[in-house]
Unconditional design. Sequence first.
Length: 515
Amino acid sequence: MKQTFRLITFLFLITTASCKTLRDASVTKDDGKIEVVFVQVNDVYEIAPVAGGKEGGMARVATLKKQLLQSNPNTFLVMSGDFVSPSVYNSLQYNGKRIRGAQMIEAMNSAGMDFVCFGNHEFDINEGELQDRINESKFRWISSNAFHKSKNGIVPFTRTNVSNAMPFPKSYIMNVRDKDGTVAKIGFIGVVLPSNLAEYVSYTDPWTAAKEMYSQIKDSVDAVVAITHLTIANDERLAKEVPGLAVILGGHEHDMRFKKTGNVYITKAHANARSAYVVKLNLDKNKKKTSVTPELKYLNESVALDSNTNVVVQKWKKIAEDNYASLGFDPMKVVMPSGEPLEARETEIRHHPTNYSKLITEAMANACPQADVVMFNAGSIRLDDILSPPVTQYDIIRSMPFGGGIREVDMKGGLLLEVLKAGLKNEGEGGYLQYQPAVYNKSSNSFTINNAAIDTVKTYRVAMPDFLILGKEQNLGFLNDRNPQVLKVYPAETSSANPKSDIRLAIVKYLEKKN
């Protein structure tokens, strides 16, 4: 009887173990299918939420990634350029150094950033400052066409604070694996438009670089993802010239873009992390098929602030608040208690005058009463929002994070005409010019000042942000102090008591005078 019982028990254990083995095999069997998720943001200049705290913020980006990681460990956070600059923090100092994007790097590290490409504004800061930001970063940079012009020649950018650091790759291959054992290789390339002419940067053609890198890795991977900081037209060109790309995770435009060129999706989220694109890349290795599902996710009050990243954000907010006084600002002081909301969205400000651009040129004219013409580049305004009263000094500061002084220049009317015409050609871009009292008559394709045609041989006194006279704006490289038609560049004002020392200070003082 005992032997019979032992036999039955033995058979039961064998059967149970066999069933468990079968169940485990069914769970771990490689089905050849795998999903990879990319959380994509781009053009982020504010680490804190915008729109009165209701939208954006790196802490919300961190929460979104953590939520998606819970359902898919193969979730990666991507920044498609323009994050180190421009920023409201860039003119401030901490521990004896200008901040220059340090706040963003720390916030991105905390949020779990995985991959980035350069944006053109990464090169706004000087060589040493960018190197510091690179050294502080904990994520992977991919740069297919932007390189470091150093004393050792043209070399890849790299971290310099660790021994044997790997240079930033032109392409990168990532291995992923899911819970049933499916493995895949994802290739990445990263390109940026060569518009910032910083002396320490060397560019190659973005399309040539992208095609070269794609050709090198396409046979070694299951899919190639392009992280880009190009115009939407250039992204569409890239999709046509490299139709085998899985997806283009793009940046540069701030107002969200979504295109499909051939089989290639192009995604760009709203600036300042008002939204993120959640891009799901599905691979069926058995059928050798790839599909992409993009979804725009608004980062509003429905998304909680990640506590760890928010600690970083609050730290830097306190540092900033302690800094503004040294620049002559009282950030919480209201300068416009009521009135019409100020239009500063890029879809408007880069195409025609708005009430905010008119306010800025009025403030410049008030600060420079001897100027015949005042002008500024629309790209100076990085708010991409509407400022609703009450407007504080901080609102003015963050709307023009570059800051910078106002310089007065004597130039011939011929050069002034050339500058104004170039500004028209920049419509839709940061180099689009806003000005007064000059007026453009579209029907006659002519400019006047106070109802008089511009005299090409007359000398005009022109006030502009100091950035413009450096010749670094798009299609305005000829506007510099070496141009023979520039007769005099007046000395820069440096005292915080003088509104010409900072264009934002000129706006604040003008608003205080009005109100």
